[in-house]
Design a protein around this ligand. Structure first.
Ligand SMILES: [Zn+2]
Length: 145
């Protein structure tokens, strides 16, 4: 097999290697199949949801910040998930997304932009943990007087 550069998403994340991160996917999938874990349908960064297209453009990633906790989900839509993982090499893209689209108080504002955090254990970068993703409030109609 020819050597090649690691693809951007194959980097370490919060101290876990790509191989370690991939090993969690079948565990999560088993939890989804057994009903232990519900597949996310709403992005907890921007609030996007399109359950009618959940297997296409409405797909929501069961994003993890801790790969030792496969049920601790930080659901993210395709756009937010891509920008989140690219934030170390494209911080402007991530910051623009947060400014334009993130829900007020989203856990995503607490994420580190320090690229060295990719290799550090989660608990070193986030000694107090990360905020629990808030459930997106249902859309309320405009004031109805
Ligand atoms: Zn999103």
């Amino acid at each position: 097999m020819a050597d090649r550069r690691a693809r951007p998403w194959e980097c370490h994340y919060n101290g876990w290697s790509w191989t370690e991160r991939c090993a969690v996917t079948p565990i999560q999938n088993a939890m989804f199949r057994s009903g232990q874990l519900a597949r996310p349908t709403v992005c907890t960064i921007c609030g996007f949801s399109d359950p009618a297209r959940i297997n296409g453009s409405g797909y929501i990633f069961a994003h993890l910040e801790r790969y030792d906790r496969p049920a601790e989900l930080f659901p993210a839509c395709k756009r937010c998930h891509a920008a989140l993982h690219a934030r170390f090499r494209e911080p402007e893209r991530w910051q623009a997304l947060l400014c334009r689209s993130a829900l007020p108080g989203s856990w995503a504002f607490a994420l580190s932009l320090d690229h060295t955090s990719q290799w550090l254990p989660f608990t070193e970068t986030y000694p107090g943990g990360l905020p629990v993703p808030l459930l997106v409030p249902p859309t309320s109609p405009a004031f109805d007087f």
